[in-house]
Design a protein around this ligand. Structure first.
Ligand code: AMP
Ligand code: MG
Length: 487
């Protein structure tokens, strides 16, 4: 295990030079202190978890100190925001401090969000508030624990630095980890600014570092794009299967690695609602829960457009055509497992759709339904769950179909069924009201709730003694919280 000064840097993105990013030093926060750290994320850097408690940890991730080998850079990119092209975005408040590699030889970007102004800050102040930093931290680590590809979060550092949003708040920084911070918008930037040489350099960089196996293919760039399509289809299938709503699926928030990235007004569904919109500035519902599926494809098309200098339009179209069938296959596979099924039948898609429609009409809790379905044998479980449905006759008809399907599925004991189902059906998810409680306590200086919630969500499938309150439907006040989009 390493001390903080033992990290080994290899700043591959910084070496691409000034056409890709600008050197900027972090602007320190006043009185930086540790809010929360993720032991699991620290392990990715081989860091001894005890170092999180040392003052130098808060100084490093609060922008006061820097390793001699770090090369802080603000990256330039652009992107389609709510369907329209914005020619220049970039890291307006985050810095890629450098790339660190661990003993297993994996490289991790250290990205400090909230680190002050950069040439890409536009009208912004370069800061992030405590509230949104805690939300990003909790969400990244919770999604990872659910098995959903995502950027990770090492820690949140709080401060006394005033930051003005709708009201005065306090500044914080979150240290984000990912194998790469390259977005779809990076490719769009070099395409639309007509810089073919840099664009080729970027493509080579991504291919060599992140899609090495595609080098062996007859058309490496096409193989890479296909792989990006596949990863996105799988990631979005997992979002849909677990009720995660990203909220701002602009192409500058889409990772070239197919990981969940840039957390804003995201939410996990409490009640199942296909039309749920978690972003209150999304008036048309472009990024509503069910729209995430077609938007995933729309975003990939935007990336495809930017790759036309390297790949023929026909080949790009063909690769894009993989998205929906792959999405469907991953989604159905996961939903079957959530229902406790081990085999595949043609009618399974319809079985899932019927259930979701019933849940939608009755506002049934999406997470707890599946968990409770595995608690008891199928026949008993459905009689217990029945009361949650307004349309009981409709539910009974579904339950008959489900029981018959389970009977055909295989011969296993309830012990086996429960174990298998509980391993894919979480008991604990990051409900908005739970995050809100933790944030309210943190804003008054008590970080214990953020830390406890983080610990609970690190093992979402395991029932944890004394943690019943984290596995409840939201109280009335917590049902339809308006999460501020300012962050
Ligand atoms: P987001 O909506 O967080 O994905 O951000 C979109 C763009 O706005 C990115 O280029 C961000 O870096 C930039 N941005 C967001 N908030 C701020 C801020 N407070 N200061 C400077 N730039 C910001
Ligand atoms: Mg963003």
């Amino acid at each position: 295990m390493k001390a903080l000064d033992e990290l080994t840097f290899d700043n591959r993105f910084a070496r691409l030079g000034d056409a890709f990013s600008t050197h900027v030093l972090p602007e320190p926060l006043d009185e930086p202190s540790l809010v929360v750290a993720s032991k699991a994320a620290m392990a990715l850097l081989d860091l001894d978890p005890a170092v999180a408690q040392t003052p130098v940890f808060a100084e490093l991730f609060g922008g006061h100190k820097l390793w001699a080998e770090a090369e802080p850079r603000a990256m330039v990119y652009s992107g389609h925001q709510f369907g329209g092209y914005t020619p220049q975005l970039g890291d307006g408040r985050g810095l890629l401090l450098g790339e660190v590699y661990n003993e297993a030889g994996e490289h991790w970007d250290l990205h400090l969000k909230g680190a002050g102004m950069t040439p890409y800050s536009r009208m912004g102040d370069g800061r992030a508030v405590l509230r949104s930093s805690i939300r990003e931290f909790l969400a990244s680590e919770a999604l990872h624990a659910l098995g959903i590809p995502t950027s990770r979060a090492l820690c949140v550092i709080g401060s006394s630095t005033p930051v003005w949003r709708e009201k005065q708040e306090r500044g914080a920084m979150v240290l984000r980890l990912a194998h790469s911070h390259i977005r779809f918008g990076h490719f769009e930037y070099f395409y639309y600014t007509k810089k073919p040489e840099q664009q080729a350099e970027l493509a080579e960089h991504v291919l060599n570092l992140h899609y090495t196996e595609c080098r062996e293919q007859p058309e490496p760039y096409l193989a890479m794009f296909r792989e990006i399509v596949e990863r996105n289809a799988e990631m979005i299938a997992k979002w849909q299967a677990y009720g995660f709503c990203h909220g701002v699926m602009n192409t500058d928030n889409m990772s070239i690695l197919g990981i969940t990235f840039d957390f804003g007004p995201f939410a996990f569904l409490d009640d199942f609602d296909a039309h749920f919109i978690c972003n209150h500035s999304d008036h048309e519902g472009r990024y509503s829960f069910s729209n995430q599926v077609p938007i995933g494809q729309w975003n990939l098309s935007a990336l495809a457009q930017a790759l036309t200098p390297f790949i023929s339009v026909d080949a790009l179209k063909e690769a894009l055509g993989l998205y929906l069938p792959l999405y469907q296959a991953h989604y159905l596979d996961l939903m079957r497992r959530r229902l406790g099924l081990t085999t595949a039948e043609d009618d399974d898609q319809q079985l899932v759709e019927r259930l979701l429609k019933l849940m939608q009409n009755s506002g049934v809790d999406y997470t707890l339904f599946f968990r409770r379905l595995g608690d008891e044998p199928a026949a008993l479980a459905v009689t217990r769950l029945r009361d949650d449905f307004v349309d009981m006759a409709g539910f009974d008809a579904w339950a008959e179909q489900y029981k018959a399907r389970v009977a055909r599925d295989g011969d296993y004991t309830q012990e086996q069924r429960r174990e298998r189902m509980h391993a894919v059906n979480p008991l604990y998810i990051l409900r908005n009201y739970l995050a809100q409680n933790a944030i309210a306590a943190a804003e008054s200086g008590d970080y214990s709730e953020v830390r406890r919630l983080h610990e609970v969500l690190a093992r979402p499938f395991e029932e944890q003694a004394g943690m019943e309150q984290y596995a409840q439907r939201p109280p009335d006040w917590g049902k339809h919280l308006e999460i501020s989009c300012s962050s």
